[in-house]
Structures are given as C-alpha cells and as structure tokens.
Design a protein around this ligand. Structure first.
Ligand code: NI
Ligand code: MN
Length: 226
C-alpha cells in the first residue's frame, strides 16, 4: 500500500487494484502538492462535509469516473450532482473490489457551505481501509475519543491523525490517541494550513517517540509504503 500526502488531510492511497483519494482539498490549499486536474484515482473517500475535505471531490470524481464513498448524506449529495457514489455510515463496512472500507465514529461536525445557510451532511466519520493485507486508519477531523481503543484492536499499519488543534484534537490529545490506537506507524495531518492550526510536526514526532510510537511527519508530496 503506497500512501502519498497531498497536504492538509488529503492522501492518495494506492493499493494493488485501485487508487483511493481521501479528503481532496487541493484547489483552495496553497500548500497542496498536486493540482486537482492532475489527480488520477478510482475512488474518492470523504470523512465529512467541510470544504477543506471535499472541495475538489466532485470535479475529480467526474473527471476520473471515480466513485465517491462517504456517509449516506454526502454520498447522496454528490450523487445528485452527477457523481457515482456509495453511501455508508459509522460502524458499517463494505467489501469493494480492492478491499474493505469501514467508517468509524468521529467527534466533529459535517456541514457544507457553513455560513447563513449551511447544509448539514450527516455525521463526521473516520475511515478504515483494509487492502493488500494492510490496515489504514484516516481519523478525519475529530476530537480524541476512548473508542479509538476499538479501532486499534484489529492492528493498524498506518494511522493518519489530525494534530492542528482548534478544529480537531491538538498534539497532546493526538499523543493520547496514539496510546489508544497503537499503530505500527502514524503520520500527522490537518496542521499548518492556516495560522489557527499552526503546529510543529517534528515536536510531535519527538514527543511520540518518547512514548514509544513511530511517527513520520510528511511534507506535501511525500510518499510512504506500508
Ligand atoms: Ni472539518
Ligand atoms: Mn478540516
């Protein structure tokens, strides 16, 4: 399983049989390492409705004839706009041709067009991908929650965790998340895109190492193989 970081919470996960794009936020992210028009994928997985996770989803899904996989409301929303979509909900898993996707709980919100007329699109989720004998957890945007123990129980080859604070858990809670999840490897996400989520990823890596966790801080464009 090859995982490429595109910035913020966006990753391309390449399995033996499919390319999965998670939480595309490229066009409006000056730190993104790829342009939306250059992304090639077969599936677009979305953790929740916020624009910094979904803004390029429709365009990329249509351009690639890719299937959007998300909670039921988000899947229906993009389905109504002409994308192929597959709706799920927390606790539910589905066997796709490339492997299994399961949605988990996350503590956050899930609106689109926040402002005077926000559209609330279901509940926020985390995403577990099982493919090629590997198990990946993308936490989406979330607070720390004790049920992460259950997510880690099946063994995790890679956990992608927000550390930005303000909108999601910050570094201190993300360290506790590592204690609950116990992944073989983790990478921080959702930091340094804007001033309110400014963090030092290397300080997080060092603090995690003190607790016995292996964390790699990725720059946009970096790739991991797990
Ligand atoms: Ni969010
Ligand atoms: Mn976010």
């Amino acid at each position: 399983m090859k995982v490429t970081y595109y910035g913020h919470s966006c990753f391309l996960v390449e399995t033996a049989q499919a390319r999965l794009l998670i939480d595309p936020f490229l066009t409006d992210n000056p730190l993104a390492s790829v342009a939306a028009a250059d992304v090639k994928c077969d599936y677009v997985l979305l953790s929740h409705g916020h624009e910094d996770h979904t803004c390029d989803a429709l365009e990329i899904a249509k351009a690639n004839d890719a299937t959007i996989v998300a909670n039921y409301e988000i899947a229906e929303y993009f389905g109504a706009k002409g994308a192929k979509s597959h709706g799920m909900n927390p606790g539910g898993g589905h066997d796709f041709p490339f492997g299994r996707v399961k949605l988990t709980i996350a503590h956050h919100t899930s609106s689109l067009n926040a402002g005077l007329n926000p559209i609330y699109l279901g509940v926020p989720c985390g995403i577990i991908v099982e493919a090629d004998g590997k198990r990946l957890y993308h936490a989406g945007d979330t607070a720390l929650f004790l049920d992460m123990q259950l997510i880690g129980k099946g063994g995790l080859d890679l956990a992608l965790l927000p550390i930005g604070d303000n909108f999601t858990m910050g570094p201190a809670d993300a360290l506790d998340a590592l204690d609950l999840l116990r992944p073989r490897l983790a990478a921080p996400m959702h930091f340094n895109t804007w001033p309110p989520i400014a963090q030092d990823p290397q300080a997080f890596v060092a603090a995690a190492a003190e607790r016995g966790h292996i964390v790699k801080a990725l720059n946009p464009g970096d790739t991991l193989v797990v």
